[in-house]
Design a protein around this ligand. Structure first.
Ligand code: TYM
Length: 336
């Protein structure tokens, strides 16, 4: 039987190679044998300040990237989070069943809070940042997915989703929510920042040199990889602790070429950093160039793109509405 798969990407900025390798490439792999619900999390995007035009543009651009990366609109249901109102409704119910302490403990909340404070010491912390994981839990629990393909940076949010599901099942009705499982591809890696390989490559990074964007052309990729931090040893070996920069480059290479780290290491044995970087530049460019061309095609016909998203939302809504009704009944909100 087909398994149901659900995941999303937040429309806070331009998509990165990390988003592709950690998430989108898995969506594509999973689509042939499973039922997919993939969305653009534009409500999560407003948990930090974002310009109106940027948010709208990012949303459509991500949709175009999804399809360009190989998500088949005839197979997968691709939609925009805000088009399915049930997400916010269930989110509120989950929020009322969460505790301040558990939300405050989320590392992503702590990191984003710290970053916001660093940027502007007098700025207040938006509550949306704190309740981000309850919206994510609603995104997931509405669809009763078997698998949620996300990178390891989202593991804590997924654990909280399970906790909330179990809490409501115990409080209201056993099996009200299905307990979701995280899916990570066998050789998946967390892709790190090019200049500071101890932190993740992030689309909201202020320094573009840290990030390979899916839209980067050959010159930009070359410049960024050439400047990527390594070390002075000139030995190509995977050791995250002692050689985080080289390890990150090896992980990028291995992920794109579907090799294990050991295979990548042996491929580069006795080669120097200059060779490693040249190979990686070519590998990234060969991956991205055809995707970029397809993305432009999808973007150039916005009416068709929007139609695909609306069809996806319609399909998603059928499942979401029925689940929400069941939850409302179970907790006594549905009084009729
Ligand atoms: P977001 O937009 O931060 O990231 C989207 C996906 O990309 C993965 N990812 C990475 N993987 C490897 N290396 C990296 N450097 C890297 N950066 C990002 C993330 O793990 C994620 O899988 N909260 C989610 C969006 C979301 C969601 C959901 C996902 C909202 N609701 C429900 C699944 C289910 C997020 O911020 O993704």
């Amino acid at each position: 039987m087909k398994k149901r798969v659900l995941s999303g990407v937040t429309s806070t900025g331009k998509l990165t190679l990390g988003n592709y390798l950690g998430a989108i490439s898995n969506f594509v792999k999973l689509q042939t044998e499973n039922e997919l619900f993939i969305f653009i999390a534009n409500l999560h995007a407003i948990t930090i300040p974002i310009a109106k035009k940027e948010l709208a543009t990012n949303t459509l651009e991500i949709a175009a990237w999804y399809f360009a990366c190989g998500i088949d609109p005839n197979v997968a249901n691709v939609f925009v989070q805000s088009d399915v109102l049930e997400h916010t409704q269930l989110s509120y119910i989950l929020l009322c069943n969460s505790y301040l302490g558990e939300l405050e403990r989320m590392t992503q909340f702590k990191d984003k809070m710290q970053k916001t404070k660093q940027q502007n010491k007098t700025i207040s912390i938006p509550t949306g940042l704190l309740v981000y994981p309850t919206l994510m839990a609603a995104d997931i629990l509405l669809y009763e997915p078997d698998l949620v393909p996300v990178g390891s940076d989202q593991t804590q949010h997924l654990e909280l989703t399970k906790t909330l599901a179990e809490r409501l099942n115990a409080k209201y009705q056993a099996n009200l929510f299905k307990i979701p499982q995280q899916y990570q591809a066998q050789h998946s890696h967390r892709i790190m920042s090019l200049q500071d390989p101890t932190k993740k490559m992030s689309k909201s990074d202020d320094n573009p040199k840290n990030v390979i964007f899916l839209s980067d052309d050959l010159n930009t990729i070359t410049e960024k990889i050439k400047k990527a931090v390594t070390d002075s040893e000139n030995i190509i070996k995977y050791d995250i602790e002692k050689k985080p920069g080289v390890s990150n480059l090896l992980a990028i290479y291995a992920s794109i070429t579907n090799k294990t780290i050991a295979e990548a290491e042996s491929y580069f044995a006795s080669k120097d950093y200059s060779f490693l970087k040249t190979e990686i530049i070519t590998t990234i460019h060969n991956l991205l160039a055809p995707i970029q061309e397809k993305q432009q095609k999808y973007l150039s016909d916005q009416a068709s793109l929007i139609k695909l998203l609306q069809q996806g939302a319609e399909n998603a809504k059928k499942i979401a509405a029925s689940k929400l009704q069941e939850v409302q009944k179970a907790i006594g909100i549905n009084y009729q």
